[in-house]
Design a binder for this molecule. Structure first.
Ligand code: IVH
Length: 718
């Protein structure tokens, strides 16, 4: 083929493919099937290979282009990307409307109600109709440059259709569609990779990937819902932008409503709630926005969000499904937990097939029987729970579930005897070598927040234990690439090996864990009663693991309690603990002359017992043999009190723009502050991101200072 002829054919092909992309993605009305589409696409690829000089940057083939990045560049938004005030209460929506009518007296104020898409906010800049770049929200002012990744989303055009405005900053939400999410998680489950908790996490995780060729495989879409900076765009009403988006070829909301009163707003919110389950993307609320841009200007902004909009979030989703079975799972501490096996249903963006039943008493109290129709609830990241039984749908002959009879005094996994643990109202398998316990411990050991070895998730841990390659978590450090590569994650009939590449990655991750700080290690060892916060506290007051194992401080905590209980003089111990910074004088009257220690006697006893046990001793020995010496984050007492955030308590809520909650926690703790999980009068700061939860409202109620990430950074810098 001559170059001229090729150029012509290339133009045709590109035009065709764009047309079919549009029909498929925007109009949901494809006129050719996937095979035919692939043929066109193949022809384009081949022809471009023959004539590389004729490849244009906006060719459909360039979507999946680009090399993996080292890191994202930063992009400044032309107009800041703000977030919205959230509420779960219809009353507050009504107040919102009343407030704006007060602020703009004697004016009619039409508002638009549209779906709140549960994804990741992005901003795309089109210059003269061509996509220049795309960015995440970041801190609202500056975001990550995710242009390469955005280009892999087929429903996003590289060029706007029709007469293009000079400048068009389009704002929208990237989502992973519900169906694609299910499929992706299924694939990840098969590959033994950790699952995404919900569609939003999956979308965020995808967009943050540095390798666009991976992003290209993720089923992402976008809904545009607003504009940033624009030039040459002539609209006065928000309700006009839906038509505008459509005209230029940008996907936008499937449904929206115009309302002029509180009643109309609430009606729209209710109707959307009925419709939204059929949308391809996950929604978690309705956004109510003043329609007129002029009125918006009159209303202005508060520190964080516009006064002209509010987000109403729907309550946690509840659905009915059948409870097919009750099975017993053995946790990492040997506790037997009954789990409901459900007829799989989609709730809040993920398929739920299991729900925890907590314990024997819970089953009795709710009278849950196999075959029952049950109501389950799931909100965001929370583990799904069985709320109640729909008694009217109970099949005849359903008998109450008898836990004790079911387990017959034996662990369902290893068959060893079980004992009822009075402290936990639960049955417990006391065989430390029970494979179920080992697997859970390995999983926990490798989990995020512990040693963070992503490759060792559910199935991999399962198989490693099953094949006898790992008998306890520390065995991971003696695994060889060859062993791991051969690991069969499938069954004997349908084998599926882990593979050399995955194995090498996994061994690297395991190796990296050697150098993690003491707090992570203390947490990873799954010492009873030692959570993340306690692990951090312990790490700050001890030199290394051996020091924790034989801690004089912890022994003092126990001695102190004993002396107090026996009404003996404990002043000497108290002084010692205070001097070490491990305790403070109690202000409570009941505890006259008492002290409050950094960790309580229950924890102290648990930690000392753990390291004195056979298991604990063995761990200490193995760590030495493996040459693993986690370093402590100990700070000298004097220094601790001088740290900038000493004595300050923080509570975190919502998603922060550019750091994870773990990172924020680490920063706070490194500067002497403390992170608590609930808001009280004693809280100094609530660090709130987007979509904050009830903690935000509580903070408002108690007038606790609420800060955003920008203020937090200032605090750190000080
Ligand atoms: S408008 C200044 N409309 O929800 C207001 N946001 O906190 C800009 N979102 O950050 C946002 N669907 O990521 C708007 N239809 C919609 C939305 C929407 C989802 C997200 C967006 C924003 C957050 C609100």
């Amino acid at each position: 083929m001559e170059e001229k002829e090729a150029a012509k054919r290339l133009r045709e092909l590109r035009g065709e493919i764009r047309k079919h992309d549009r029909l498929y993605y925007e109009e949901a009305a494809p006129v050719i099937n996937d095979r035919e589409y692939d043929r066109l696409y193949r022809e384009l690829v081949d022809l471009e290979k023959q004539f590389p000089d004729l490849v244009t940057p906006d060719s459909p083939t360039q979507r999946v282009g680009g090399k993996p990045l080292e890191a994202f560049a930063q992009i400044q938004h032309r107009v800041p990307m703000l977030s919205l005030d959230n509420t779960y209460s219809e009353g507050e929506v009504a107040n919102f409307y009343k407030r704006i009518t007060r602020l703009l007296p004697n004016e009619k104020i039409p508002v638009v109600i549209e779906p709140k898409v549960d994804g990741v906010a992005v901003s795309l800049l089109y210059e003269n109709g061509r996509l220049r770049h795309a960015a995440t929200r970041g801190d609202g002012f500056v975001g990550d440059d995710i242009t390469q990744n955005i280009k892999t989303i087929r429903s996003i055009p590289e060029r706007l259709r029709g007469a293009a405005p000079k400048l068009f900053e389009a704002r929208g939400e990237v989502y992973m569609d519900k169906h694609g999410f299910e499929k992706l998680n299924e694939e990840r489950r098969k590959a033994g990779l950790p699952l995404f908790a919900n569609t939003r996490n999956a979308a965020a995780g995808s967009l943050k990937h540095l390798d666009p060729s991976i992003v290209a495989k993720r089923p992402l879409g976008i809904v545009f819902y607003g504009t940033g900076g624009t030039e040459g765009v002539d609209v006065d009403l928000h309700s006009e932008i839906f038509g505008l988006f459509k005209k230029v070829g940008l996907p936008t909301s499937e449904r929206w409503w115009l309302a002029k009163s509180v009643d109309e707003i609430l009606n729209a919110i209710h109707e959307l709630d009925r419709l939204r389950h059929n949308f391809v993307y996950q929604t978690d609320g309705a956004v109510v926005k003043v329609d007129s841009f002029q009125q918006r200007e009159g209303l202005g902004f508060t520190a964080k969000s516009p006064r002209w909009a509010i987000a109403y979030k729907y309550a946690a989703e509840r659905v009915e499904t059948r409870l097919n079975d009750i099975i017993i799972q053995v946790g990492r501490t040997g506790i037997l937990t009954p789990v409901a096996v459900l007829e799989p249903v989609l709730v809040s963006g993920s398929t739920v097939g299991r729900a925890t039943l907590h314990n024997e008493d819970e089953i009795k109290r709710k009278d849950i029987r196999i075959g029952d129709t049950v109501v389950i609830e799931k909100a965001g990241e929370v583990i799904p729970a069985v709320i109640e039984v729909v008694k009217s749908k109970r099949p005849r002959g359903a008998t109450p579930f008898n836990f004790s009879k079911h387990v017959h005094g034996k662990c369902p996994v290893c068959g060893e005897p079980i004992r009822r643990d009075p402290q936990f109202v639960a049955w417990r398998c006391e065989n430390l070598h029970c494979p179920a316990q080992t697997t859970r411990r390995v999983e926990f050991f490798a989990a995020r927040g512990a040693l963070d070895i992503e490759a060792v998730g559910g199935i991999v841990a399962d198989k490693l234990v099953e094949r006898g390659l790992v008998r306890e978590p520390l065995d991971l450090f003696e695994l060889k690439v060859e062993q791991l590569a051969k690991l069969n994650l499938g069954t004997e009939e349908a084998p599926r090996v882990f593979g050399e590449k995955n194995a090498t990655k996994a061994i690297h991750a395991i190796d990296r864990a050697r150098t993690l700080p003491l707090s992570r290690w203390l947490f990873a060892l799954a010492i009873p009663d030692v959570g993340k916060t306690t692990a951090t506290q312990l790490a700050r007051f001890h030199d290394d693991i051996e020091d924790v194992a034989h801690s004089q401080l912890l022994r003092d905590v126990l001695n102190y309690r004993e002396k107090r209980e026996q009404k003996q003089n404990a002043t000497e111990i108290a002084d010692r603990l205070i001097q070490a910074g491990f305790a403070k004088r109690s202000k409570s009257k009941a505890e006259k002359d008492g002290i409050v220690t950094e960790v309580g006697p229950v924890v102290a006893e648990s930690v000392l017992n753990f390291f004195a046990s056979m298991t604990g001793k063995k761990i200490l020995r193995r760590l030495k043999e493996l040459g693993i010496q986690p370093k402590s984050e100990k700070v000298s007492m004097k220094k601790a009190a001088e740290l900038p955030l000493a004595g300050k308590t923080f509570v975190l809520t919502g998603t922060l723009p550019s750091i994870t909650r773990e990172e924020a926690t680490e920063k706070i703790e490194a500067l002497g502050g403390h992170v608590s999980s609930s808001v009280s009068k004693k809280t100094d700061y609530v660090l709130a991101g987007t979509d904050p939860g009830s903690k935000f409202d509580k903070a408002k109620q108690l007038s606790v200072r609420i800060i955003d990430e920008a203020e937090f950074r200032k605090l750190l810098a000080r």
